[in-house]
Ligand binder design. Structure first.
Ligand code: MN
Ligand code: MN
Length: 468
């Protein structure tokens, strides 16, 4: 053996996922990514995401868990929590007490929510006040077309679903920004202060009702339009859930169409690939579970986030219905012996901002699915550290199944950091590791992912469901 050969054998070298794929896999990747773009366009809010996920589940033979009194191997079931959170399962042949194989992703994305009393008129223009949701760079949300999605309950108790700004013929909305000619003071500010939270007001109208009796003519006109379109009154904004999201559709990016650009890929890219993965599983040994949660971007709290008891309660329900008995020890065993891929996006090295990354441990777009043993920030604070035993088990599964994977820490140690659902899963006494797809421009209105990484994430979930 030459020194070169020996060196190759001993050293770790990252791989480009695309070069490792067969012609068939590339074809499958392109088809999958076309479906994925539709998923992104149809699911711009957590409610819409659950709706399209349920539709896909039904098409793939899944039935409501509530409708089943007993479960047997091969059964495919799902349960939805408050329209914002779903758990799907394919029942395995092993006892639930041996644990489940769980892939968990989140379906909420950074956005602008309408405030509770949002509508006002200023300078004969009508606007809506917003409160941003999740970590955004505020300046990225000005001067782009925006759409309004959500639900409103009218006084008569009718639930109205609103989705305006998506069809070619729909109007869109916009947050205006200052012209450079008058932005001397603004441009001298720090980037984080350039656009203030209270300046994220959305322009929604400018032609009033020409009536002497009314002072706020434009606001009046908007209220009349809203009432005739949806039957709503101003007070109904208080009960409503209305989210402002980018109005553009997901697109191929690049001459070679190697990337996908679109809103909400954090973390719908992992949600979509996790769904595709579980749809491909028929008779696993361990029960396969796909969990899509809400509220990750604001700390996983609340009754639809990872911290909700919904997850444990549904694991208990599955265990009881498979074993035809319900006792706390079986449920505890089921949870303790389960393993979870906390599937969330990671940062891809950005050629425009290389200095914030430590390249030996950062992820690259196109180098496959990222495995992150820990997240957290500044001294692993808030991290769930995956054990050597668990990581060894996973790496073997991925290597045996031709999954191209890479390690990926979120940048230089002191540069920042972030958290996922992993630590909350770990708190349940379950093995968990973060993994997912590298993203460029994460949390922006137009996030970028590489198609080959999307495919490798899907492939890793199938391998995990089949082989662990
Ligand atoms: Mn995420
Ligand atoms: Mn995020």
């Amino acid at each position: 053996m030459t020194d070169k050969e020996l060196y190759e054998r001993l050293s770790y070298k990252p791989k480009n996922a695309y070069y490792e794929m067969s012609e068939n896999e590339i074809k499958e990747m392109l088809e999958m990514c076309d479906d994925y773009k539709v998923y992104l366009d149809e699911g711009k809010t957590e409610r819409e995401c659950i709706k399209i996920s349920e539709k896909m589940a039904i098409e793939n033979g899944f039935v409501k868990l509530e409708d089943k009194r007993r479960l047997k191997p091969g059964d495919k079931v799902y349960k939805i929590n408050r329209d914002k959170n779903i758990l799907l399962a394919v029942i395995g042949t092993d006892s639930p007490e041996d644990g489940f194989n769980i892939v968990g992703a989140h379906i909420d994305s950074p956005r602008l929510d309408l405030k509770q009393n949002p509508l006002y008129e200023s300078n004969e223009m009508a606007l809506l006040k917003t409160h941003y949701y999740g970590g955004i760079k505020k300046y990225q949300w000005t001067a782009i077309p925006l759409a309004l999605h959500g639900v409103v309950y009218t006084k008569s108790g009718e639930k109205v679903e609103i989705k305006i700004g998506e069809k070619e013929t729909d109007p869109v909305f916009c947050i205006t920004d200052l012209l450079p000619h008058l932005a001397k003071d603004q441009m001298a500010k720090k980037l984080s202060d350039g656009i203030e939270g209270e300046a994220l007001n959305i322009l929604i109208g400018g032609m009033g009702v020409n009536s002497e009796d009314i002072s706020e003519k434009v606001k009046f006109k908007i209220l009349s339009i809203l009432n005739s379109l949806y039957g709503i009154h101003e007070e109904d904004f208080f009960t409503a859930e209305l989210e402002v999201v980018p109005a553009f559709k997901a697109r191929n990016v690049g001459f070679d169409e190697s990337f996908i650009g679109g809103y909400g890929q954090d973390d719908r890219v992992c949600a979509f690939t996790a769904l595709k993965g579980i749809f491909d599983i028929d008779a696993p040994k361990k029960t396969a579970v796909c969990l899509l949660v809400d509220k990750e971007e604001i700390g996983s709290t609340g009754n639809t986030g990872m911290l909700s008891k919904f997850f444990e309660m549904t694991i208990a329900e599955l265990t009881a219905k498979i074993m035809s008995k319900s006792d706390i020890i079986s449920i505890n065993n089921a949870i303790s012996n389960s393993a979870c891929l906390s599937s969330d996006v990671g940062a891809a090295v950005d050629p425009n901002y290389e200095t914030v990354y430590e390249k030996n441990n950062s992820a690259f777009a196109g180098h496959g699915m990222i495995l992150m043993k820990y997240t957290g920030s500044r001294g692993k604070s808030g991290a769930s550290d995956a054990s050597a035993e668990f990581v060894y088990e996973l790496v073997n599964i991925f290597n045996n199944n031709g999954v191209v994977w890479q390690s990926g820490e979120l940048g230089k140690v002191d540069q920042g950091g972030g958290g996922t659902i992993a630590m909350y899963v770990g708190n349940l006494n379950m093995n968990v590791i973060d993994c997912g797809v590298p993203v460029l421009s994460m949390h922006s209105p137009f996030e970028i992912t590489a198609k080959s990484d999307i495919y490798m994430a899907y492939k890793s979930y199938v391998a995990f469901y089949k082989d662990r």
